[in-house]
Design a binder for this molecule. Structure first.
Ligand SMILES: Nc1ncnc2c1ncn2[C@@H]1O[C@H](COP(=O)(O)OP(=O)(O)OP(=O)(O)O)[C@@H](O)[C@H]1O
Ligand SMILES: [Mg+2]
Length: 271
Protein backbone atom coordinates (compact mmCIF):
# COMPACT_ATOMS: atom_id res chain seq x y z
CA UNK A 1 0.00 0.00 0.00
CA UNK A 2 1.28 3.46 -0.90
CA UNK A 3 -1.01 6.33 -0.02
CA UNK A 4 -2.11 8.87 -2.58
CA UNK A 5 -1.59 12.28 -0.98
CA UNK A 6 -4.20 14.93 -1.74
CA UNK A 7 -5.40 18.35 -0.70
CA UNK A 8 -8.58 20.34 -1.27
CA UNK A 9 -7.28 23.79 -1.93
CA UNK A 10 -7.91 27.39 -2.91
CA UNK A 11 -6.26 30.41 -1.36
CA UNK A 12 -9.66 31.87 -0.53
CA UNK A 13 -10.88 31.45 3.01
CA UNK A 14 -14.16 29.88 4.05
CA UNK A 15 -14.93 28.07 0.78
CA UNK A 16 -15.47 24.68 2.42
CA UNK A 17 -12.00 23.12 2.24
CA UNK A 18 -12.03 21.77 5.79
CA UNK A 19 -15.62 20.46 5.76
CA UNK A 20 -15.02 18.79 2.40
CA UNK A 21 -11.78 17.19 3.61
CA UNK A 22 -13.51 15.81 6.71
CA UNK A 23 -16.57 14.49 4.87
CA UNK A 24 -14.70 12.97 1.92
CA UNK A 25 -12.21 11.38 4.34
CA UNK A 26 -15.05 10.09 6.52
CA UNK A 27 -16.87 8.51 3.59
CA UNK A 28 -13.78 6.94 2.04
CA UNK A 29 -12.99 5.43 5.46
CA UNK A 30 -16.57 4.18 5.78
CA UNK A 31 -16.24 2.37 2.46
CA UNK A 32 -13.17 0.53 3.74
CA UNK A 33 -10.25 2.71 2.64
CA UNK A 34 -7.58 3.56 5.15
CA UNK A 35 -7.52 7.33 5.46
CA UNK A 36 -5.22 9.73 7.29
CA UNK A 37 -6.15 13.38 7.60
CA UNK A 38 -3.39 15.81 8.51
CA UNK A 39 -4.56 19.12 9.92
CA UNK A 40 -2.08 21.63 8.50
CA UNK A 41 -3.78 24.78 9.78
CA UNK A 42 -2.99 26.47 13.11
CA UNK A 43 -6.70 27.40 13.33
CA UNK A 44 -7.18 23.64 13.91
CA UNK A 45 -10.78 23.62 12.62
CA UNK A 46 -10.40 20.12 11.29
CA UNK A 47 -8.90 18.86 14.55
CA UNK A 48 -11.84 20.31 16.41
CA UNK A 49 -14.39 18.83 13.98
CA UNK A 50 -12.91 15.35 14.07
CA UNK A 51 -12.35 15.30 17.84
CA UNK A 52 -16.04 16.15 18.28
CA UNK A 53 -16.85 13.32 15.88
CA UNK A 54 -14.85 10.93 18.02
CA UNK A 55 -16.08 12.16 21.39
CA UNK A 56 -19.69 11.53 20.34
CA UNK A 57 -19.06 7.88 21.16
CA UNK A 58 -16.25 7.98 23.67
CA UNK A 59 -14.99 9.99 26.63
CA UNK A 60 -12.75 13.02 26.86
CA UNK A 61 -9.90 13.17 24.41
CA UNK A 62 -6.72 15.02 25.15
CA UNK A 63 -4.10 15.80 22.59
CA UNK A 64 -0.66 14.89 23.90
CA UNK A 65 1.20 16.25 20.93
CA UNK A 66 0.17 18.06 17.81
CA UNK A 67 1.97 18.25 14.48
CA UNK A 68 4.37 21.02 15.53
CA UNK A 69 5.25 19.21 18.75
CA UNK A 70 6.18 16.12 16.78
CA UNK A 71 8.30 18.17 14.36
CA UNK A 72 10.10 20.03 17.15
CA UNK A 73 10.84 16.89 19.16
CA UNK A 74 11.59 14.81 16.06
CA UNK A 75 8.97 12.24 16.95
CA UNK A 76 7.77 10.04 14.05
CA UNK A 77 4.32 11.24 12.97
CA UNK A 78 2.71 7.85 13.51
CA UNK A 79 3.18 8.43 17.24
CA UNK A 80 0.91 11.47 17.32
CA UNK A 81 -2.04 10.06 15.36
CA UNK A 82 -5.55 9.80 16.83
CA UNK A 83 -8.08 7.18 15.67
CA UNK A 84 -11.38 8.91 14.87
CA UNK A 85 -13.50 6.12 13.40
CA UNK A 86 -12.62 2.73 12.00
CA UNK A 87 -10.13 3.47 9.15
CA UNK A 88 -10.06 7.23 9.79
CA UNK A 89 -7.02 8.69 11.54
CA UNK A 90 -6.08 12.28 12.38
CA UNK A 91 -2.82 14.11 12.93
CA UNK A 92 -4.00 17.07 15.02
CA UNK A 93 -2.87 20.67 14.82
CA UNK A 94 -2.76 23.51 17.33
CA UNK A 95 -1.82 27.16 17.53
CA UNK A 96 1.89 26.34 17.97
CA UNK A 97 1.93 25.53 14.23
CA UNK A 98 2.33 29.27 13.62
CA UNK A 99 6.03 28.54 14.32
CA UNK A 100 6.32 26.17 11.35
CA UNK A 101 7.55 28.62 8.69
CA UNK A 102 10.13 29.99 11.13
CA UNK A 103 11.23 26.45 11.93
CA UNK A 104 11.90 25.82 8.23
CA UNK A 105 13.73 29.10 7.78
CA UNK A 106 15.92 28.44 10.80
CA UNK A 107 16.77 24.85 9.92
CA UNK A 108 17.26 24.95 6.17
CA UNK A 109 19.19 27.45 4.06
CA UNK A 110 18.25 26.02 0.72
CA UNK A 111 14.77 26.79 -0.60
CA UNK A 112 14.20 23.36 -2.08
CA UNK A 113 15.13 21.76 1.26
CA UNK A 114 12.46 23.88 2.95
CA UNK A 115 9.79 23.13 0.38
CA UNK A 116 10.48 19.39 0.35
CA UNK A 117 10.64 19.04 4.16
CA UNK A 118 7.05 17.88 4.68
CA UNK A 119 7.08 15.44 1.77
CA UNK A 120 10.04 13.66 3.38
CA UNK A 121 8.43 13.81 6.81
CA UNK A 122 5.26 11.98 5.72
CA UNK A 123 7.04 9.42 3.53
CA UNK A 124 7.14 6.69 6.28
CA UNK A 125 3.36 7.05 6.80
CA UNK A 126 2.46 6.21 3.23
CA UNK A 127 2.67 2.44 3.61
CA UNK A 128 -0.07 2.51 6.29
CA UNK A 129 -2.79 4.30 4.33
CA UNK A 130 -4.64 4.37 1.02
CA UNK A 131 -5.18 8.12 1.20
CA UNK A 132 -3.58 11.00 3.05
CA UNK A 133 -5.41 14.36 2.98
CA UNK A 134 -3.68 17.57 4.04
CA UNK A 135 -6.05 20.35 5.15
CA UNK A 136 -4.32 23.66 4.47
CA UNK A 137 -5.08 27.24 5.52
CA UNK A 138 -6.15 29.78 2.87
CA UNK A 139 -2.78 31.26 1.93
CA UNK A 140 -0.12 31.20 -0.71
CA UNK A 141 2.91 30.74 1.47
CA UNK A 142 5.97 28.66 2.18
CA UNK A 143 3.83 26.75 4.67
CA UNK A 144 1.33 25.69 2.01
CA UNK A 145 4.02 25.13 -0.60
CA UNK A 146 5.44 22.39 1.64
CA UNK A 147 2.00 20.76 1.81
CA UNK A 148 1.34 21.03 -1.93
CA UNK A 149 4.83 19.73 -2.69
CA UNK A 150 3.97 16.65 -0.62
CA UNK A 151 0.78 16.06 -2.64
CA UNK A 152 0.26 13.79 -5.61
CA UNK A 153 -3.04 15.43 -6.51
CA UNK A 154 -4.77 18.70 -5.68
CA UNK A 155 -8.50 19.24 -5.95
CA UNK A 156 -9.34 22.91 -6.44
CA UNK A 157 -12.44 23.93 -4.51
CA UNK A 158 -14.45 26.51 -6.45
CA UNK A 159 -17.21 28.41 -4.73
CA UNK A 160 -19.65 29.32 -7.47
CA UNK A 161 -21.30 32.20 -5.64
CA UNK A 162 -18.22 34.18 -6.50
CA UNK A 163 -18.85 36.20 -9.61
CA UNK A 164 -15.53 35.31 -11.10
CA UNK A 165 -13.30 32.34 -11.61
CA UNK A 166 -10.19 34.39 -11.18
CA UNK A 167 -9.43 33.01 -7.70
CA UNK A 168 -9.21 29.45 -8.98
CA UNK A 169 -7.32 30.56 -12.08
CA UNK A 170 -4.73 32.50 -10.07
CA UNK A 171 -4.31 29.52 -7.78
CA UNK A 172 -3.74 27.09 -10.65
CA UNK A 173 -1.23 29.48 -12.27
CA UNK A 174 0.57 29.74 -8.94
CA UNK A 175 0.82 25.94 -8.64
CA UNK A 176 2.12 25.71 -12.16
CA UNK A 177 4.69 28.50 -11.88
CA UNK A 178 5.92 27.90 -8.35
CA UNK A 179 5.52 24.24 -7.49
CA UNK A 180 5.88 22.69 -10.91
CA UNK A 181 8.17 25.02 -12.89
CA UNK A 182 10.36 26.28 -10.06
CA UNK A 183 10.56 23.28 -7.73
CA UNK A 184 9.83 20.53 -10.28
CA UNK A 185 7.09 19.05 -8.14
CA UNK A 186 5.18 16.16 -9.68
CA UNK A 187 1.88 17.40 -8.23
CA UNK A 188 -1.12 17.29 -10.54
CA UNK A 189 -4.60 18.83 -10.45
CA UNK A 190 -7.26 16.13 -10.22
CA UNK A 191 -10.09 18.53 -10.99
CA UNK A 192 -12.14 21.52 -9.97
CA UNK A 193 -14.82 20.73 -7.38
CA UNK A 194 -17.71 23.23 -7.37
CA UNK A 195 -19.41 24.22 -4.15
CA UNK A 196 -22.79 25.68 -5.05
CA UNK A 197 -24.44 28.54 -3.20
CA UNK A 198 -28.11 27.68 -3.65
CA UNK A 199 -30.12 25.10 -5.54
CA UNK A 200 -30.90 26.51 -8.96
CA UNK A 201 -29.24 29.88 -8.31
CA UNK A 202 -28.47 31.78 -11.48
CA UNK A 203 -25.01 32.80 -10.40
CA UNK A 204 -24.09 29.14 -9.82
CA UNK A 205 -25.19 28.24 -13.33
CA UNK A 206 -23.28 31.15 -14.86
CA UNK A 207 -20.07 30.39 -12.99
CA UNK A 208 -20.36 26.66 -13.73
CA UNK A 209 -20.77 27.38 -17.42
CA UNK A 210 -17.77 29.70 -17.37
CA UNK A 211 -15.75 27.09 -15.44
CA UNK A 212 -16.54 24.40 -18.02
CA UNK A 213 -15.39 26.74 -20.79
CA UNK A 214 -12.31 27.95 -19.01
CA UNK A 215 -11.00 24.67 -17.53
CA UNK A 216 -12.52 22.22 -20.00
CA UNK A 217 -15.47 19.90 -19.20
CA UNK A 218 -13.23 16.98 -18.22
CA UNK A 219 -11.53 19.03 -15.55
CA UNK A 220 -14.66 20.00 -13.63
CA UNK A 221 -16.19 17.42 -11.26
CA UNK A 222 -19.56 16.08 -12.33
CA UNK A 223 -20.64 15.95 -8.70
CA UNK A 224 -21.18 19.27 -6.98
CA UNK A 225 -21.43 20.08 -3.31
CA UNK A 226 -24.53 22.00 -2.34
CA UNK A 227 -24.96 24.22 0.65
CA UNK A 228 -26.52 22.23 3.48
CA UNK A 229 -27.40 23.56 6.91
CA UNK A 230 -26.47 20.20 8.41
CA UNK A 231 -22.81 20.75 7.48
CA UNK A 232 -22.80 24.00 9.49
CA UNK A 233 -24.23 22.13 12.47
CA UNK A 234 -21.39 19.61 12.22
CA UNK A 235 -18.97 22.42 13.23
CA UNK A 236 -20.58 22.17 16.64
CA UNK A 237 -21.48 18.50 16.87
CA UNK A 238 -18.88 16.73 14.75
CA UNK A 239 -19.79 14.55 11.77
CA UNK A 240 -23.18 12.98 12.45
CA UNK A 241 -24.32 9.96 10.47
CA UNK A 242 -27.68 8.67 11.50
CA UNK A 243 -29.28 6.57 8.74
CA UNK A 244 -32.72 7.56 10.08
CA UNK A 245 -32.01 11.27 9.70
CA UNK A 246 -32.78 12.59 6.23
CA UNK A 247 -30.34 15.53 6.52
CA UNK A 248 -27.45 13.30 7.54
CA UNK A 249 -28.35 10.93 4.73
CA UNK A 250 -28.34 13.75 2.19
CA UNK A 251 -24.93 15.05 3.29
CA UNK A 252 -23.36 11.60 3.11
CA UNK A 253 -24.97 10.78 -0.21
CA UNK A 254 -23.34 13.83 -1.79
CA UNK A 255 -19.94 13.17 -0.25
CA UNK A 256 -20.08 9.47 -1.12
CA UNK A 257 -20.67 10.49 -4.74
CA UNK A 258 -17.79 12.97 -4.64
CA UNK A 259 -15.55 10.27 -3.11
CA UNK A 260 -16.55 7.79 -5.83
CA UNK A 261 -15.73 10.38 -8.49
CA UNK A 262 -12.32 11.00 -6.87
CA UNK A 263 -11.61 7.25 -7.05
CA UNK A 264 -12.61 7.06 -10.72
CA UNK A 265 -10.60 10.18 -11.60
CA UNK A 266 -7.56 8.69 -9.85
CA UNK A 267 -8.03 5.48 -11.78
CA UNK A 268 -8.15 7.48 -15.02
CA UNK A 269 -4.83 9.18 -14.30
CA UNK A 270 -3.33 5.85 -13.33
CA UNK A 271 -2.96 6.32 -9.58
N1 LIG B 1 -21.47 22.54 1.80
C1 LIG B 1 -21.65 23.34 2.85
N2 LIG B 1 -22.90 23.72 3.24
C2 LIG B 1 -23.08 24.54 4.28
N3 LIG B 1 -22.10 25.05 5.03
C3 LIG B 1 -20.85 24.72 4.71
C4 LIG B 1 -20.53 23.84 3.62
N4 LIG B 1 -19.19 23.69 3.56
C5 LIG B 1 -18.70 24.44 4.56
N5 LIG B 1 -19.67 25.05 5.25
C6 LIG B 1 -19.55 25.95 6.41
O1 LIG B 1 -18.86 27.12 5.99
C7 LIG B 1 -17.91 27.51 6.98
C8 LIG B 1 -16.51 27.47 6.34
O2 LIG B 1 -16.25 26.14 5.94
P1 LIG B 1 -14.81 25.49 6.06
O3 LIG B 1 -14.22 25.74 7.41
O4 LIG B 1 -14.92 24.10 5.60
O5 LIG B 1 -14.05 26.38 4.97
P2 LIG B 1 -12.48 26.51 4.73
O6 LIG B 1 -12.32 26.77 3.29
O7 LIG B 1 -11.77 25.35 5.31
O8 LIG B 1 -12.14 27.81 5.60
P3 LIG B 1 -10.66 28.35 5.93
O9 LIG B 1 -10.20 28.97 4.67
O10 LIG B 1 -10.87 29.34 7.05
O11 LIG B 1 -9.82 27.19 6.32
C9 LIG B 1 -18.06 26.54 8.14
O12 LIG B 1 -18.89 27.12 9.10
C10 LIG B 1 -18.74 25.33 7.51
O13 LIG B 1 -19.55 24.64 8.42
MG1 LIG C 1 -10.15 25.31 6.69
Amino acid sequence: MTATVMSFANFKGGVGKTSTTALVGYNLAKSGHKVLIIDFDAQANLTSLLLKTKSADSDIITIDKSLMGAINDQIPLNEVTIEITENLTLIPNAVDFSMYARYLERNFNNELDRVSFFKKLIEPLKSNYDFIFIDVPPTLSLLNDTAFYACDQIIVVLQTQERSLSGAEVFITYLQETLINEFHSSVDILGILPVLSKKGARVDKEILKAALESFGPDNVFENKISIMERIKRMDMEGVTDSPKDIHDRRVHEIFTNVSTEILSRLEKVGV
